[in-house]
Design a protein around this ligand. Structure first.
Ligand SMILES: [Zn+2]
Length: 133
């Protein structure tokens, strides 16, 4: 069974999970009593101030990969270990901060790729025109 981390549950409490993950978690919560009690426990701790959500997220943010690392992740230019960590961080923890960073980066990668393709196409059309003309 898929295990849900405290960080994910806290993110759920804070409503900072991606919508899809939030929906999935709600389904799991409905079916899983253990998960429900973990959630209740976390809510209680949070309310009693044992774990301030700010502290946890600050700690979590420190573990966020840098933009350079996210760029390398996109290009697949890193060790498996590091890639697994970032994948976990983004897909399992669902860190919104890194998700938006990553989509921003992949957008610009995409734009670069498109403009490179366009340039190539343009050059080859020009080349063809020259030989055909
Ligand atoms: Zn992050």
């Amino acid at each position: 069974m898929h295990t849900i981390s405290d960080a994910t549950l806290l993110a759920y409490i804070e409503e900072s999970l991606p919508l899809e993950q939030m929906t999935n978690l709600e389904v799991m919560l409905r079916q899983n009593g253990d998960l429900q009690s973990r959630l209740r426990e976390l809510i209680a701790k949070r309310e009693s101030g044992v774990h301030s959500i700010g502290d946890i997220w600050r700690r979590h943010r420190i573990s966020c990969p840098t933009r350079e690392e996210l760029g390398s992740y996109l290009l697949g230019a890193m060790t498996d270990e590091k890639r697994d960590y970032i994948k976990f961080h983004i897909e399992e923890i669902g860190c919104r901060y890194c998700q938006s960073n990553l989509s921003d980066l992949s957008d610009s990668h995409h734009k670069e790729a498109v403009s490179a393709r366009r340039k190539k196409y343009f050059q080859s059309s020009v080349g063809r025109l020259k030989t055909e003309g």
